[in-house]
Design a protein around this ligand. Structure first.
Ligand code: AMP
Length: 122
């Protein structure tokens, strides 16, 4: 499936500098910033700078350099936020069933408290 990228999504606007963000880390191909509505003491979003709708789109179409940079950025944020010892959760929602609000790939990194089971029922 070919995904159609909407360049008016809020993370595209952040990447263009049209909307401010609370940056945690910026690399050549990735940006990490604090979620505006944090659901845990640590709640960081990591996004690629490239125009990818979701993880599937990224995994299929991103360059090796982008994938390497993005993966390393996630590790670096975990280290910066000190969540390695007690643990954390990474989530990437996609599409309607995944209840994706912003159609630009983002990995949520959540931690800083026990997070409960992975999925709520219903
Ligand atoms: P998702 O449902 O996975 O698409 O989640 C989108 C996330 O983006 C939510 O956790 C929002 O709180 C977060 N979000 C939306 N707008 C902003 C923003 N301007 N800055 C930081 N986080 C945002």
């Amino acid at each position: 499936m070919a995904y159609t990228y909407d360049d008016q999504n809020i993370f595209a606007k952040i990447l263009r500098g049209e909307i401010p963000n609370d940056t945690v880390l910026e690399t050549d191909h990735s940006l990490a910033f604090n979620d505006i509505r944090p659901q845990a003491p640590v709640h960081v979003l990591v996004i690629p700078k490239g125009a990818y709708v979701n993880y599937d789109d990224f995994a299929r179409n991103a360059s090796d350099a982008e994938i390497l940079d993005f993966t390393r950025a996630i590790g670096e944020v975990c280290k910066m936020k000190g969540v390695e010892t007690d643990g954390f959760r990474t989530i990437s929602n996609a599409g309607q069933h995944g209840v994706q609000e912003v159609p630009h790939l983002h990995i949520h990194i959540l931690g800083g408290r026990p997070l409960g089971r992975m999925l709520q029922q219903g």
